[in-house]
Ligand binder design. Structure first.
Ligand SMILES: *[C@@H]1O[C@H](CO)[C@@H](O)[C@H](O)[C@H]1NC(C)=O
Ligand SMILES: *[C@@H]1O[C@H](CO)[C@@H](O)[C@H](O)[C@H]1NC(C)=O
Ligand SMILES: *[C@@H]1O[C@H](CO)[C@@H](O)[C@H](O)[C@H]1NC(C)=O
Ligand SMILES: *[C@@H]1O[C@H](CO)[C@@H](O)[C@H](O)[C@H]1NC(C)=O
Length: 841
């Protein structure tokens, strides 16, 4: 029909999109006696701000009376009259016996303001520009008989009080919708706690999930957002009758704002950006989605580093799949196989078993049980029918009865992690081989023991044969100089000879096991292809045991890329750093040449950074850590490793992210090794990626560690702005991100560069400015004006101290270039680039 809901984002940013076709206004802001609102008729506040009428939030034919912003394209609902009792299309809202009453299609009253008992011809309901619907019997609207502001649903508007009335002992409470298509009261509520003058979020009306901290005269201790910026003015009032807070907009920059108790369990303040014709999230609390109490519902766990955040525990499935699909998790999960507990017909045998789940934050409401051993603890749970799980640690046995709530999946190194033993029907176990943490161990055994074994025996046999020769060579100083020379010799030879394999310090993996792991590099519906790198496709492989690994396959058709393959196989195996991707093995058989890496579940940085949904996951803290991590990785390459290495292809798509968002520099195909004192070199073959190349390299083929610094500067600016350097082709504002950034910097509008999504989480303006400044220093035209990576790491880490002022950076990107995609991943030939540059001049 005409009104539909749309839950707009993966992370359940709830935007109601009401596609209105035929709403028409009664031309008034008032419902008087003998007038009514029905069907698609509405009333509109005097200043054309709010509209009141019937709306339909979901697929079902359920209609509600609500108030929404007239000009908001998403028609966000700010108030609902009758949240729990939907009506049909042929219902009617009118004044009856002195009250505003909603009659359903059978003319039965469904909802009423319920304040008067006698009828009066002068009673009317007026929709004000504040969004308040008032019922009045006279001309003075400040003294209403009833007002919607006293009965909020999930939204707190400017001018409304949210507090506690000491006389009536009633609170105004914001309660989330049940789910994005059902305005019935959900599990999360937001209200004032009069005992300590704080705001709290409650789960299921009772469990405290979050507190703002007490009002200290200026602000709430733990929610500094709820205070007077220049834009908003929060007022806290406590008198004999009531305690409340109210807020007002104090700026011409925006005209609307709202606080919403969202279905995600977060309280959010949004503000309208008239220029963008959209809402901007100012802040939300609890900040991390998994900090929301029981966000995923019963028998599901929340994982901060995965999307979607929620997944059912092993052996469970979503209670309502459609809600699960639309990120409405509160229904939680159900057992796939019922427990047979208490069924006396099964006397012995394995009815139920316990599955260990590692690295969990434990569920709520545990019971402490006396037990002297793990077996004891398990027996005690098994003997209680209602016991669903147990945990045993340092002689403490905890058990859970009933629903498991609020458990979180943590990273392996998180000290809050415990092992939870989950009770499941024995028949479930064949499906659930092992949980993720077991896989890691399993993987190691596969890689270290199983796979290389076949190769090892061959390898050692060969080695033995040549043993004497080898020994003679390695009698000299082993390591540094030797390996460097070896690598260079290796790189200059045109082919990968058998004896060269031993320069590669990672296990050889036989082709058959790779074919099995990738389903013969299948490209069908269940494709294992992760992407296309510069020199061939990258696949995901799954070894028996379940561990995943990434496999880069050199295109077998062309001889191109062999150099890069050798480069990478040798180099990366020699490099060990937290911020460099790890090579786990390689394979050379026939025409096939492959490199095996640790699999990065979070793909590459560009995937997050330039995706409007995913970038929400990169808050300021994470971005800063990523910048620092990349800087440390590059520092290691330039100065700290045994070899001096220039990466030559530093860009956001070559920064991979592991499960903890630690950046790992990858793709060493173009890297160059420099000997002892060598500082720069030239090449006739300019390779690299457009938009990240320093001018001296792109134009003269001259490269040094400072050309990596330039690329790193572009990466910093991309990370803090969320914009691609090459994303400005048709922009009137600027030629490139560097140009744009420089303009803002010069006009003292540096803060405008920040990724809009960060405005909420970037608590450190200082850190942002430092990153901006360093970014600009790195992209200076003259390489000697650019800092070294050790300078960069130092500057990033020093919280005070002024940085050098940047000069105008080098702008390489030209507006005329239109086919960006073809330049993004492929190496550029020097001629092509200079042609392009000449064209632009
Ligand atoms: C409402 O309608 C009734 C019956 O038609 C009429 O008697 C009454 O005067 C009307 N009231 C107003 C305020 O128009
Ligand atoms: C309306 O009521 C308010 C609050 O009682 C009062 O301050 C104001 O003077 C009244 N206005 C009129 C026009 O009577
Ligand atoms: C919320 O609490 C009520 C009783 O206080 C209980 O019946 C209900 O099951 C609870 N809801 C959930 C989802 O746990
Ligand atoms: C008890 O177990 C028997 C055998 O598996 C089964 O047929 C029966 O339905 C079970 N009863 C209950 C109440 O689960």
């Amino acid at each position: 029909m005409d009104v539909k809901t749309n839950s707009a984002s993966v992370i359940s940013v709830l935007f109601l999109c009401l596609f209105l076709k035929t709403y028409f206004s009664l031309g008034a802001d008032t419902i008087s006696v003998n007038e009514s609102v029905y069907g698609y008729s509405t009333i509109i506040s005097a200043g054309s701000v709010f509209q009141l009428g019937f709306f339909k939030p979901g697929e079902a034919e359920n209609y509600y009376v609500g108030i929404w912003y007239l000009k908001d394209p998403h028609k966000n609902i700010v108030w609902v009259a009758h949240r729990e009792n939907p009506v049909t299309y042929s219902s009617e809202l009118r004044i009856s016996d002195g009250n505003l009453v909603l009659f359903n299609d059978l003319k039965i009253p469904i909802w009423s303001t319920n304040v008067r008992t006698t009828s009066s011809d002068s009673v009317r309901a007026v929709l004000l520009d504040s969004g308040n619907l008032v019922l009045t019997d006279g001309s003075n609207l400040s003294e209403p008989l009833w007002q919607s502001f006293d009965h909020p649903t999930n939204t707190w508007l400017p001018g409304a009080k949210l507090g506690y009335n000491k006389i009536t002992k009633r609170s105004q409470v914001l309660t989330s919708w049940k789910n994005s298509e059902d305005p019935a009261p959900g599990l999360f509520s937001f209200k004032l706690d009069p005992r300590d003058n704080s705001y709290v979020i409650l789960w299921n009306r009772s469990t405290k999930n979050w507190t703002s901290g007490s009002w200290n005269g200026e602000t709430f201790g733990l929610a500094p957002e709820m205070t007077s910026y220049n834009i908003y003015e929060f007022v806290f009032v406590s008198n004999d009758d009531e305690i409340y807070c109210t807020y007002a907009i104090n700026s011409s920059a925006t005209n609307f704002s709202r606080h919403v108790m969202d279905v995600s369990g977060q309280i959010r303040q949004l503000t309208w950006l008239p220029a963008g014709n959209r809402w901007n999230l100012l802040w939300s609390q609890p900040r991390r989605q998994c900090d929301v109490y029981a966000y995923c519902g019963a028998y599901a766990s929340c994982d901060e580093w995965r999307l979607p955040f929620c997944s059912c525990l092993p052996g469970f499935e979503p209670k309502v799949q459609s809600h699960w699909d639309s990120n409405d998790y509160s229904d939680g999960c159900l057992r796939r196989t019922r427990l047979q507990c208490g069924n006396n017909t099964i006397v012995n045998g394995e009815r139920e078993k316990f599955l260990s789940i590692f690295n969990m934050s434990l569920p709520d409401n545990q019971q402490i049980v006396q037990a002297t051993s793990l077996q004891d603890c398990e027996a005690s749970c098994l003997n209680t029918c209602s016991c669903t799980a147990y945990a045993y640690e340092s002689n403490n046995c905890s058990t859970w009865t009933g629903d498991l709530l609020n458990q979180r999946q943590l990273r392996a190194d998180d000290s809050r992690g415990h092992t939870l033993y989950l009770r499941l029907a024995a028949s479930e176990f064949p499906h659930l081989k092992r949980s993720s943490q077991n896989k890691k161990l399993y993987m190691l055994s596969i890689l270290i023991v199983v796979i290389p074994c076949a190769a090892c025996s061959v390898y050692y046999l060969r080695r033995k044969k040549r043993g004497t020769k080898d020994n003679r060579r390695s009698n000299k100083t082993v390591g540094l100089y030797d390996s460097e020379k070896h690598i260079r010799d290796f790189l200059h030879s045109g082919q990968l000879r058998v004896d060269e394999k031993k320069g590669i310090e990672v296990p050889f993996v036989v082709l058959d096991s790779i074919l099995a792991a990738t389903g013969n590099f299948s490209e069908g519906r269940h494709t294992n292809k992760l992407g296309q790198g510069g020199f061939g496709p990258v696949y995901r492989g799954k070894f028996p045991g379940g561990q995943e690994i990434a496999i880069k396959r050199l295109s077998s058709s062309s001889g191109q890329g062999l150099q890069e393959f050798k480069n990478e196989a040798l180099l990366i195996a020699k490099l060990q750093h937290r911020n460099l991707v790890r090579l786990l093995g390689y394979c050379v058989e026939g025409d096939e040449k492959m490199l095996l890496y640790e699999y990065m579940p979070n793909k590459s940085l560009d995937f997050f950074l330039f995706d409007r949904k995913m970038c929400i996951l990169l808050n300021w803290e994470i971005r800063f850590d990523i910048i620092l991590g990349i800087a440390k990785g590059l520092l290691y390459l330039h100065h700290d490793s045994r070899l001096r290495i220039i990466h030559r292809d530093m860009k956001t798509s070559n920064v991979l992210l592991d499960g903890e968002m630690t950046p790992k520099i990858s793709d060493f195909g173009l890297a160059k090794i420099f000997g002892g004192k060598q500082m720069e070199a030239t090449t006739n073959r300019v390779v690299g990626t457009y938009g990240y190349m320093s001018p001296e390299y792109a134009i003269h083929g001259l490269f040094s560690i400072k050309s990596d610094v330039f690329s790193f500067g572009v990466v910093i600016l991309e990370i803090i702005s969320g914009k691609r350097n090459t994303g400005f082709y048709h922009s009137e504002e600027a030629l490139s991100l560097l140009d744009y950034a420089w303009k803002l910097w010069n006009e003292n509008k540096a803060l405008d560069l920040i990724d809009p999504i960060l405005r909420e989480t970037c608590s450190s303006e200082n850190e942002f400015m430092r990153c901006f400044n360093i970014g600009l220093l790195c992209v200076q035209d003259d390489p000697s004006d650019r800092p070294t990576m050790s300078n960069v790491v130092f500057m990033l880490g020093s919280e005070s101290g002024s940085l050098p002022s940047p000069k105008q950076p080098a702008f390489l990107v030209k507006r005329s270039l239109s086919c960006r995609a073809s330049f993004d991943e492929k190496p550029l030939s020097r001629n092509k680039l200079t042609d392009t540059l000449n064209e632009g001049r």
